[in-house]
Design a protein around this ligand. Sequence first.
Ligand code: CMC
Length: 375
Amino acid sequence: MSTDIHRGLAGVVVDTTAISTVISETNSLTYGGYPVQDLAASRTWEEVAYLLWHGDLPDAGQLADFRAAERAQRGLDRAGAELLARLPATCHPMDVLRTAVSYLGAQDPTEDDADPAANYAKSLSLFAKLPTVVALDVRRRRGLDPLQPDPALSYAENFFHLCFGAVPPADVVRAFEITMILYAEHSFNASTFTARVITSTLSDLYSAVTGAIGALKGPLHGGANEAVMDMLAEIDDPARAEQWLDRALAEKRRIMGFGHRVYKNGDSRVPIMQAALDQLVSAHGDARIRRTADLYGRLQRAMLARKGIHPNLDYPSALAYHLMGFDTPAFTPIFVMSRITGWTAHVTEQLHANVLIRPLGAYTGPRQRPVPAGA
Ligand code: CMC
């Protein structure tokens, strides 16, 4: 048996997938073969979600049905809302989301875990309900009562309505949709792999999503978008950016929002998100936002100069969410609202040709030894 060890599974190909890939020659991420930057430039979030689940973009009738199904399932029942309202306000919003998915799983009596049609129905239901859950928690942390979903609004418009009781200008809604499209899927990343591991034991979709939320929470993965904003708040003064970075690097700190396991010459999703952010700052940025954007640019240039490391998607997304008015702890839950599509597409793909995922470890503990006599 081979004793090669691939720590962190770096460079290891564990299975095939038809959902997405990164084409290294063009440095572009594709969903079902379509470059994500082209999808972000011309398609709605609902169309891209449909693509990830169905392998192709919807025609007009399919899109209308999909939208209607999503709008019809946004509500969270009263018991669920009361359960979430009782969670301590000190817990992280990702804990609330994880609990919500667990609750929804417990409420679903079906035992058709291997049926693709049933899993699609569960995926769509979670997709529709997660914004309601995230917004409920955003509002309770601000001491506000929850609002009801509005079926006359698109997915993105409804989320703003649920959080703030108002829908912002169209360019802000569109920038939010772009973050959703870019965050939706990224092959065998840590949280998706977690979902596939759980699915490979023939567990259920809710368990896979609950586990994936736990994996995404960490700052080396989805938690980085929150950590970016905390870091920008910590540095605060644009004039301090370089000095702060030098010190942080000397202390061997990880600079949040930079670096990527797959992309070593720049994250393919960053240019389109950066363009959306630039547009937001110029159209809607007040003096405070422009100051933060200045700090953001200085830190990015210094990181490239010092370490040759480029930003990942979490870097521009964080400032975009901040500018849109979301509180920093809501950033990673918003990432979940998007990535639920990729996770659940992978659950179905894993089940289609399932094999138990069960790697080995190279043992380094004590040699076999006799158990001493008890006292
Ligand atoms: N800050 C400082 N140094 C870094 C960073 C960073 N953000 N990223 C990589 N490096 C250095 C690292 O110290 C190492 O240097 P050396 O060889 O001198 O020890 C070298 O680059 C390689 O790092 P690595 O940890 O072996 O690379 P990796 O592929 O395992 O790491 C990563 C990928 C994402 C964990 C890492 O880049 C990181 O910690 N980034 C900060 C957290 C972050 O932004 N995460 C979001 C990832 S992308 C979107 C998502 O999944 O949500």
